[in-house]
Design a protein around this ligand. Structure first.
Ligand code: 28F
Length: 646
């Protein structure tokens, strides 16, 4: 008996320790800490439900500042613990670390942020009420915190032992608690914050229904995703161009670890991998993340060799090659996890790297077994190979621009007629098709803010030119070094030299082709320039309609009849076949003078179309190719493009 009492005292002291140093257990006593004690309860409910007991959790935010969490699991055990001589309910809410968090036989794997458990919530609440439905009966128990006669803080004290309250149907646990104002002050639950985390938990635990009811603002939200991580990845990328339609998903279990991954490739060069360990976001990554990348890279290289997507003479692809454009969610469940790092969001356990690596390979083997998902595999390898090439090219560009005085660099930027203004917002770069037009532009420009880069056109003009050949091209290298941002994942928009980069090409098929190649290049390797609205298409006039001193420049076929009407009887028409036909004054007047010119700001959609065109040009479908060229040759007529004057 005395032994039991001493243990009991130890328990009470445990909870008082939480009161004395709440920060040690929940980080802060502000809004974050307040939510922390809610998550402790929700975590227990998730543990129960995600292990297959029940399927629904409801969270209610009450007007009095209390919160209710309800699950339809088995209900916390109500019988007396053989050695502790307490009901399971009392143990869960009064013992620090109790609640099946550590190597408990009740659960395969269980979460909980630092495993401090529901007792911390109890310790920091004014009161806490538990209702359990189990074995056809309803049970109730209440805890409260108060100052005793000597002014000493008592917390999480059972008001009554667990009471049987009669019969009930179904099973589950309901916990209501009122966070103590003495601890949290005026901090309040924020349903937006809670909803966000519930959505995440719903993605991470497929099929579970998570409902939030806010009685203060009378709102209600419900989350349930039967696709789990697959839905998560889809949700993250719904507005981004995907390289294949739906995410691939793998699940593998071994060495007391459960691994779930869903991944997709999208059309950009960033890596977007969200990782979780026992439902906890690990934004600093850690051993599971490393294991995934290693396993993924190893498998994909073997896969590429097996299907000859990677030829014998080609070197292996690296982890960096596979990271561009990947969007993935990785979730592991395991016991005894160690969280490290500044914000405790990095998974420490070193043994997990190898386990995850092995499981990833097992899972990918299943996904790509036989000839399954072969096409998708080829797309991934293609994307990685391209990333390798771009990185190689970016490296070269860097080397060249770094060696400012080198002959190489001198030759590259030699053709560029720079402008005097160094501020990007006041500087324009005209990329002009052809040396003769380039010459006119150099003479006609305002050298204070307009730079000219003539393109010889010829090397770019070859049909069937692959984009990586384009990258090796001298003209392109010159563009890259002139713009000064770098390319691919190296791109730094802060280094932008010219706020407007204006493509100026002839209004014919060659011009359209050059423009499409340049847009495709910008789209693939300097996309931020398009996204931030820095890329423009200059519109040279198609005609001049004139009579004596009267003249009008016409920029599209649609405008021609109107211009003729305006000039009237006896009009003459000059048709410009190319920029080169205009003298410097005319070029300034019609195409370069900000007061008079027309520019089209290129959108991502425009660039995507160009990319499609280039792809078609490289393909074998000759009819499609011709159709495409014809369409793009009419670029100027399309009025869907935003026409920007000035
Ligand atoms: C609203 C919050 O906390 N749900 C929970 C269970 C179920 C079991 C359990 C929890 C008992 C003594 C560890 C039931 N049947 N929702 C919740 N549901 N805890 S918490 O057991 C915990 C053990 O210490 C449960 C059989 N095994 C476990």
């Amino acid at each position: 008996m005395s032994n039991y009492e001493s243990k009991d005292i130890l328990v009470l002291e445990g909870l008082e320790a939480v009161r004395l140093r709440p920060g040690m257990y929940i980080g802060t006593t502000g809004v974050k800490g307040l939510h922390h004690i809610l998550w402790e309860i929700v975590d227990n409910a998730i543990d129960e439900v995600s292990n297959g007991f029940g399927n629904k959790i409801i969270i209610t935010l009450e007007k009095d500042g209390s919160a209710i969490v309800e699950d339809n699991g088995r209900g916390i055990p109500v019988d007396m613990h053989p050695t502790q001589k307490k009901s399971g309910v009392e143990i869960v809410f009064t013992r620090l670390h109790a609640g099946g968090k550590f190597n408990n036989k009740n659960y395969g794997y269980s979460g909980g942020l630092h495993g401090v458990g529901a007792s911390v919530t109890n310790a920091l609440s004014e009161w806490l009420k538990v209702t359990v439905n189990r074995g056809g009966k309803k049970y109730f128990m209440e805890f409260s915190s108060f100052e005793d006669k000597k002014g000493k803080i008592k917390c999480g004290i059972p008001v009554t032992p667990l009471k049987e309250m009669g019969n009930s149907k179904g099973s589950g646990t309901t916990v209501q608690f009122k966070p103590d104002r003495k601890v949290f002050g005026d901090a309040q639950f924020e349903s937006k914050l809670i909803a966000e985390r519930l959505r995440e938990l719903a993605f991470l635990n497929k099929g579970i229904i998570l409902k939030l009811e806010d009685k203060i603002y009378n709102s209600s939200e419900e989350f349930c995703f039967n696709g789990g991580l697959k839905d998560f990845v889809y949700h993250l990328n719904k507005d981004i161009t995907r390289l294949f339609e739906s995410p691939l998903e793998l699940e593998a279990e071994g060495d007391n670890l459960l691994l779930n991954v869903a991944f997709l490739y999208v059309n950009n060069y960033t890596e977007n991998i969200l990782t979780f360990a026992n439902n906890i976001p690990t934004s600093e990554g850690g051993s599971h993340y490393i294991g995934f990348k290693t396993g993924f890279t190893k498998f994909m290289n073997e896969f590429a060799r097996k299907h000859n997507f990677l030829k014998e003479k080609e070197v292996n692809l690296t982890g960096d090659d596979f990271k561009e454009g990947i969007s993935a969610v990785l979730s592991i469940k395991a016991n005894n996890l160690q969280f490290e790092g500044q914000t405790k969001t990095k998974l420490g356990n070193p043994e997990i790297k190898g386990i995850v690596e092995k499981l990833v390979i097992t899972g990918l083997n299943k996904i790509f077994s036989g000839n399954r998902n072969l096409k998708i595999g080829e797309i991934i390898i293609g994307k990685a190979k391209n990333a390798a090439k771009v990185r190689e090219a970016a490296k070269k560009v860097k080397e060249i621009t770094r060696a400012k005085s080198s002959i190489d660099n001198y030759n590259l930027v030699g053709k560029l007629a720079s402008c005097t203004n160094r501020k990007a917002e006041n500087a324009e770069l005209f990329i002009v098709e052809g040396d003769s037009a380039g010459g006119s532009a150099k003479q006609g420009r305002d050298r204070k803010f307009q730079a000219i880069l003539p393109l010889k056109g010829k090397p770019l003009n070859a049909e069937k030119k692959k984009i990586d050949q384009v990258l090796a091209n001298d003209e392109i290298k010159t563009i890259i070094s002139a713009i000064e941002t770098g390319i691919g994942s190296d791109l730094n928009i802060k280094n932008l030299r010219y706020g407007k980069v204006i493509i100026l090409s002839d209004a014919d098929q060659d011009g359209a082709h050059i423009r499409a190649i340049l847009l495709t290049f910008f789209y693939r390797y300097m996309r931020e320039l398009i996204q931030n609205g820095h890329i423009f298409i200059g519109l040279p006039p198609l005609y001049k309609v004139y009579k004596q001193k009267k003249e009008l420049y016409v920029y599209s076929d649609n405008e021609l009849p109107e211009a003729i009407k305006k000039i009237g009887q006896g009009y003459q028409i000059q048709r410009y076949k190319g920029l080169g036909e205009m003298n410097p004054e005319q070029l300034w007047e019609t195409t370069m003078n900000p007061e008079k010119r027309s520019l089209i700001r290129v959108t991502i959609q425009d660039a995507e179309e160009s990319e499609k065109m280039i792809t078609t040009l490289m393909g074998d479908d000759i009819t499609a190719r011709k159709e495409y060229i014809a369409r793009f040759a009419n670029f100027n007529k399309e009025d869907k493009f935003l026409k920007e004057i000035g």
